[in-house]
Design a protein around this ligand. Structure first.
Ligand code: GDP
Length: 714
């Protein structure tokens, strides 16, 4: 039985620029929701402290990939119980008004890595935290665009208003200028810096003050005289924008009629979910001010799973698009979004349920591995404890204990109604660097840490150079690998030295060609006999490799064909121009011969390799390089410089857009030209330009440059 209706779920993430206060906000959220859960103790003074002490000892779990907590908006709570202690309320009644908030941990580094995409994909809404002194920082823009890309409805929280130099208005202006003109203040601060006391709620026109050692004592009172006029001005600004979204509200507003808080909230909720408006709140997490209203806003304005469209996927058998509604009687579907190791229970596979329900002990189908799996134990993480549960429902986030072979991104679904929620065609890494520990003693630690990181992130790979024995790591860009090296240091305490980044070039052919491969040794003893004719034909970019067997009449016995293909594949790993892998070609085995006694798998494998190399050499091979899709956001005045620089990097401008005082450039540019771009963009734009870059496709390297690369490899 489902204990909370899905309408009362909020699956959210808290995202921010590093140091804006994400951790502190999350901690406070878990603290207050912990109290809310044991709300009966609030008025009993000592109890809160006990709770805090206990938590200090055990540590609030904020490192968990998904943490569940409960909240009731203050207004509803007051309506329900008035001044009474919550203990007098029937727990069943309480359940009827409580909301379940699942907080999904988002990585601190926001980059186009698979891990970030995963976490943004499984959340339904987000709280974006800003530093009230710095306002919108370069990285906040990246965060914002990521959230745009994944269509995440959001709320802004301007934090740190207690700090010297903090300004609510300036921070809000920077949001308008750099992120969205549709951001609207729902609060204004009472006092600022060391005098920051609380907030004025512009919807109810009341002043909220937060007292008590942990800000747990809230007083809601009349707006102080000196702020009345200002509050009214801000309320009007707010209403102008909200009313514009709804015909009825607009009419009432223009006629000067009384508008209730419920009406405002309901129109605002709809607009936030449709990405039209972004509410802005403020406070100081460190000083325990403003967090409870932020939680109220999460409930009021962020979507529940049913407010969003059904999840789309494909039928793995037919390839057709299908979708699943967020309902308990739909077939089960879920996405594994994080694999973690817990010191107490071992491996945890976190998953988000999109549809249906699942009991512990049930079987699911993993559409990536094509395996049927039994989900034994299921757990849910809370701020202060772990809960064993026997059933999960649509909208839930939970973790399966000890299941093997599931990777992040796998769809887990009903055995009889398979669906693939995410196409797991992760791009191959495009860049690699050599890495070694700073001290030899760390060798093993480094290997373990790298292995762990690779398990988390399917676009990050590790391999050993067979010739030198060195470790080579590869990923989706310079920044991606920098982040990995940084995480090694921060999370795994391993310092590493890295080499220069290398581009992952590839090779391919441009015409059809044929060649013979012969491996025949027949002098004394048992001989070797392998003989094949291969034809190679070019395929389109990204189409990959195909092998075709056209041997007729057993001129090469069936049993040797796999060996030929093995030889072909091995030869393709080292291309004919500069030793880079050969891709995008069709290889046909159409002729050859064999010997009754001397033929063997080994001989045919070698013959296959020889023929492939020879045919590729004849088929006008070329070098391919990874082309990145770059998005650069810069203040208008640097436009000329930035374009000029991109041209010199062989960039192809796809489009340029205007975004409130900023120019956005979308450009294709070869990865090889992009090393150190972060530094040059910073110096070209006085630190105000930001960019994101992701791999897009492979393209032919221009002749002169190709020659240099080939020479360099010799
Ligand atoms: P994160 O990197 O975004 O997770 O940021 P943290 O929560 O770790 O905060 C970064 C620093 O800012 C820490 O030293 C916090 O104590 C401090 N901090 C966080 N919130 C506030 C705040 O509201 N006011 C002040 N003055 N400092 C804060």
């Amino acid at each position: 039985m489902r204990s909370y209706p899905i309408e009362r779920y909020r699956n959210i993430g808290i995202i921010a620029h590093i140091d804006a206060g994400k951790t502190t906000v999350t901690e406070r959220v878990l603290f207050y929701t912990g109290i809310s859960h044991k709300i009966g103790e609030v008025h009993e003074g000592q109890a809160i402290m006990d709770w805090m002490e206990q938590e200090r000892e055990r540590g609030i779990t904020i490192t968990s990939a998904a943490t569940t907590c409960f909240w009731i908006p203050i207004e509803e709570r007051t309506k329900l119980i008035g001044d009474k202690s919550f203990k007098e309320v029937d727990p069943e009644e309480k359940k009827k008004i409580e909301y379940r908030i699942n907080i999904i941990d988002t990585p601190g580094h926001i980059d186009f890595t698979a891990e970030v995409q995963r976490s943004l994909r499984v959340l339904d809404g987000a709280v974006v935290v800003f530093d009230g002194v710095a306002g919108v920082e370069a990285q906040s823009e990246t965060v914002w665009h990521q959230a745009d890309r994944f269509k995440v409805p959001r709320i802004c929280f301007i934090n740190k208003l207690d700090r010297l130099g903090a300004s609510f208005e300036k921070s809000l202006e920077s949001i308008w200028e750099r992120l969205s003109p549709n951001a609207i203040a729902l609060q204004i601060p009472i006092g600022i810096e060391s005098n920051f006391e609380g907030v004025i709620d512009l919807i109810t026109m009341k002043a909220w003050k937060f007292e008590g050692e942990h800000g747990e004592k809230i007083t809601i009172e009349e707006i102080p005289e000196n702020l009345k006029e200002k509050a009214q001005e801000w309320r009007n600004k707010m209403l102008d924008k909200i009313a514009a979204e709804d015909h009825n509200l607009l009419e009432k507003y223009l006629e000067g009629k009384e508008i209730s808080s419920e009406e405002i909230r309901s129109v605002l909720r709809k607009s936030v979910i449709e990405y039209k408006l972004v509410p802005v709140l403020c406070g100081s997490a460190l000083k325990n001010k403003g967090i409870q209203p932020l939680l109220d806003a999460v409930i009021y304005y962020l979507p529940s799973p049913v407010d969003l469209p059904p999840i789309e996927g494909t039928d793995p058998k037919t390839g057709e698009s299908i979708s699943r509604k967020p309902e308990d009687d739909e077939p089960f579907s879920a996405l594994a979004f994080k694999i973690a190791t817990d010191p107490f229970v071992g491996s945890l596979t976190y998953f988000r349920v999109y549809s249906g329900h699942l009991k512990s002990g049930d079987f699911v189908f993993d559409t990536n591995t094509h395996e049927k799996l039994r989900i034994g134990r299921i757990v849910r993480m809370h701020a202060n404890h772990r809960e064993e549960i026997d059933e999960v429902f649509a909208g839930d986030l939970a973790a399966a204990v000890g299941i093997k072979n599931v990777s992040t991104g796998d769809t887990l679904c009903d055995v009889n109604h398979p669906i693939v929620l995410e196409q797991i065609t992760f791009p191959e890494p495009v860049i690699s660097i050599r890495i070694e520990p700073k001290t030899k003693a760390d060798q093993e630690k480094l290997a373990t840490a790298l292995k762990k990181l690779a398990e988390e992130d399917p676009t990050f790979r590790i391999k050993t150079d067979e010739e030198t024995g060195e470790t080579i790591i590869s990923g989706m860009g310079e920044l991606h690998l920098e982040i990995i090296v940084d995480r090694l240091k921060r999370e795994f305490k391993v310092e590493a030295n890295v080499g220069r980044p290398q581009v992952a070039y590839k090779e391919t052919i441009t015409t059809t060609a044929e060649a013979e491969g012969k491996y025949i040794r027949q002098s004394g003893g048992r001989g070797q006999y392998g003989h094949v004719w291969l034809r190679v034909e070019p395929k389109e970019r990204g189409e990959g490799y195909e092998f075709k067997d056209e041997i007729k009449g057993g001129i090469i016995p069936k049993e040797f064909i796999p060996a030929v293909e093995k030889g072909v594949k091995e030869a393709m790993e080292r291309g004919v121009l500069a030793g880079y892998p050969l891709v995008d070609m069709k290889v046909t085995l159409y002729d050859g011969s064999f010997h009754e006694v001397d033929s063997s798998d080994a001989a045919f494998k070698i013959a296959g390799s020889i023929a492939l190399q020879e045919a590729s050499k004849r088929a006008k091979p070329i070098l391919l390089e990874p082309i990145m899709k770059l998005e650069v956001t810069i203040p208008q005045e640097y436009f000329g410089d930035v374009i000029g620089d991109l041209n010199s990097r062989r960039g192809k401008i796809l489009e340029t857009l205007d975004r409130t005082n900023m120019k956005v450039l979308r450009v294709y540019v070869p990865l090889a030209e992009m090393f150190g771009y972060a530094t040059s963009l910073r110096s070209m734009t006085q630190g105000r330009g930001v960019f994101t870059m992701e791999f897009d496709h492979y393209e032919k390297v221009p002749e002169t440059i190709a020659q240099e690369i080939i020479e360099g490899r010799k």
